[in-house]
Ligand binder design. Structure first.
Ligand code: ADP
Ligand code: MG
Length: 247
């Protein structure tokens, strides 16, 4: 043990190297490992643990209500959903291209599951992600507006690589809220990707908004450069109720 080395590793937060350098030195001697390989092994350990931590931090910051993966998604239950396209999008090039994904359909068909799964994939690739229910976002924006922090909050939202808005249209949107949503959609347009889920198809979005002009101003940029998935199959929750042994 070299006390000075221990102190320096500690102050540089190289905790894995600190914990393992002695035992790895023994192993390296036994295995007649070169100095370079010994160093490479230690740095690899540190890198792996830092990567894990930074991914975990990203997932934590994204505020997912639960963790879901694409691998868990049973595509055979939604046969008209374009599985190939979903798998292709999992390469995440839509994030680089600042495109949007829209999942539309009735409750229980897996819209939120897919949105979270893409979000988790994005976190694992080190993108900055936020998952938020549309109503919660509108409340946050409204509070920010009233307290003079709207500009800052919008700026923070514009810096994320992916914003996932869940359940658009679950409650009607007031003209003031529509205005705030419009501002968010505008600042992210062609600058950052979004994923949106809604129980409504576009043709039914009119009634969600009282003002049709602002409705169009929100929907147009969302739909431009987007991949739209309409899922009209059965509810997975019902499947679990009806066929518990198959769940
Ligand atoms: P939605 O957002 O469309 O209302 P959810 O994504 O919340 O539906 O799905 C409801 C539940 O069913 C979740 O627990 C989800 O993980 C699960 N689920 C839905 N569709 C599938 C599927 N095709 N394969 C596996 N699990 C699914
Ligand atoms: Mg949902």
């Amino acid at each position: 043990m070299i006390p000075r080395l221990d102190l320096q590793l500690k102050s540089l937060s190289l905790t894995k190297i600190l914990a393992h350098y002695q035992e790895e030195a023994h192993k390296a001697a036994q295995e007649k490992l070169s100095y370079e390989n010994y160093l490479a092994r230690l740095v690899e350990m540190e890198a792996m643990s830092k990567l894990d931590r930074s991914i975990n931090a990203k997932i934590h910051k994204a505020r997912f209500p639960s963790l879901k993966t694409l691998e868990e998604f049973d595509f055979s239950f939604q046969p008209q959903l374009n599985e190939k396209e979903i798998i292709r999008l999992a390469s995440l090039d839509f994030l680089e291209k600042k495109e949007n994904l829209l999942f539309l359909g009735p409750p229980g068909v897996g819209k939120t599951h897919l949105a979270i799964a893409f979000g988790v994939k994005a976190c694992m690739a080190k993108y900055r992600v936020l998952f938020i229910r549309t109503q919660d976002l509108l409340t946050d924006l409204s509070v920010a507006h009233k307290t003079g922090r709207l500009g800052q909050v919008l700026l923070n939202l514009s810096r994320l690589d992916l914003v996932i808005l869940d359940e658009l249209g679950y409650l009607p949107i007031t003209p003031e809220q529509a205005n705030l949503l419009f501002q968010l959609v505008s600042i992210r347009y062609e600058k950052g990707a979004m994923i949106l889920t809604s129980n409504y198809g576009f043709e039914d979005w009119g009634p969600i908004f009282t003002d049709q002009v602002i409705a169009a101003a929100i929907i147009d940029p969302l739909v431009h450069h987007s991949h739209i998935f309409v899922i009209n199959g059965n509810s997975f929750r019902m499947k679990q109720k009806l066929l518990p042994e198959a769940a």
